[in-house]
Design a binder for this molecule. Structure first.
Ligand code: FAD
Length: 337
């Protein structure tokens, strides 16, 4: 690993020129100019203060499962939370309240829940990512949204440096949407409302369901060197086409029609043969290759249908937006998968 500098600023260790390719699921991209892994809120505060004092931008990274990092790397300070504690308290007769640090993976939270006989979150089994990234995007799988479980959270106000306890409504959740998108707050931890199992057989059922979901996902989707769905689904007002009396908002529908699945390739990046909305790195791709594939997908959909898919994947470190802009907002109520 190429670490050029390493120094202490107040309570936090700041490393310089840290490669990020091994910190995201595409496995591509350059280095972070400055990199911090805070274990406590105070370290996070100090990292933000360091960024403010030096006029650096701040980029928050979870496990990089929904992030594409520029080949030129990321200027400023990249912060990857290491706050991973998971605890619970009683929430009443049938309810438990599970609090997890932003740096914990959702998989860890589900494992913790099932070990303590708490049910609900297993519906998100097999989806990679941290609590921070999952709350940010309001993780979704079929009819389940993470916001259905979130009771409250602790966030850091980036400007004031203050910790706040906020409730579900504060997040203004939608599909792929939360207040965290504004970049004014960083998630420290989140508390989920889950259900105490009535009987041990309910736990066995939930464990079985978890394995079934993971098996199903493994068969249907690529599970590494990808960010999952690259483009978000369209919003109702972005599409005119109707299928069976419903607006055709599913981006994979259009991508399937133009026949990119397993066909379109640029360098080491290609559209997965399993899913028309997933781009995979064969191990040799650069971020430029992935952008090349994504742009081609946009161009083909625009040519055929007059609409331009917009990324669900977060693009980080690009001086200029590398994809085609649509004529509509890039976030909102589009539903994916
Ligand atoms: C194989 C595969 C399958 C997938 N399947 C699904 C799926 O079924 N459903 C689904 O919804 N997603 C899916 N995804 C996408 C991904 O799993 C989710 O978006 C996940 O929540 C990303 O978490 P992360 O920690 O990796 O976030 P990152 O990619 O690291 O970050 C994503 C965004 O969250 C922000 N962020 C991260 N932590 C914080 C924090 N503490 N405070 C504020 N902002 C923060 C980042 O700044 C960034 O903008 C899939 C991805 C892969 C690779």
């Amino acid at each position: 690993m190429l670490i050029e500098t390493q120094f202490l600023y107040e309570s936090c260790l700041i490393e310089g020129n840290v490669p990020l390719a091994d910190k995201n699921w595409f496995g591509t991209g350059g280095a972070a100019a400055h990199f911090v892994e805070p274990l406590y809120p105070q370290e996070l505060r100090d990292a933000i203060q360091f960024a403010h004092e030096n006029d650096h931008t701040v980029t928050i990274l979870g496990s990089g499962a929904n992030t594409l990092i520029s080949d030129d790397g990321v200027d400023g300070v990249v912060i990857k939370s290491q706050m991973k504690d998971i605890t619970y308290r009683d929430g009443g007769a049938s309810v438990a309240l599970v609090t997890a640090g932003a740096g914990a993976t959702l998989d860890d939270v589900i494992t913790f829940c099932l070990a303590n006989h708490f049910l609900g979150l297993e519906e998100f089994s097999g989806i990679p990512g941290t609590v921070g990234g999952s709350v940010y995007i309001n993780l979704h799988y079929f009819e389940f949204l993470l916001s259905q479980f979130l009771l409250e959270a602790t966030v850091l106000d980036v400007v004031r440096g203050e910790l706040m306890t906020v409730d579900n409504a504060w997040f203004a959740f939608g599909y792929n949407q939360s207040t965290l998108h504004a970049g004014t707050h960083i998630l420290i931890d989140a508390t989920f409302r889950v259900y105490k199992a009535d009987a041990i057989t309910d736990v066995f059922y939930a464990q079985g369901r978890r394995h079934e979901i993971m098996r199903h996902r493994e068969k249907r989707y690529p599970s590494k060197n990808t960010c999952g769905s690259f483009f978000r689904n369209f919003h109702d007002d972005e599409v005119a086409l109707e299928v069976n009396g419903r607006k055709a908002i599913w981006v994979a529908y259009y991508l399937d029609k133009i026949g990119v699945k397993g066909q379109l390739k640029v360098g080491g990046a290609s559209v997965s043969y399993q899913h028309a909305n997933m781009i995979v790195n064969d191990g040799s791709a650069t971020t430029a290759d992935i952008i090349g594939v994504a742009r081609k997908m946009q161009e083909l959909v625009r040519k055929e249908f007059g609409i331009v898919p917009q990324p669900e994947c977060r693009l980080v470190g690009f001086d200029e937006y590398p994809l085609l802009n649509g004529s509509y907002p890039s976030t909102g109520s589009g539903r994916t998968r």
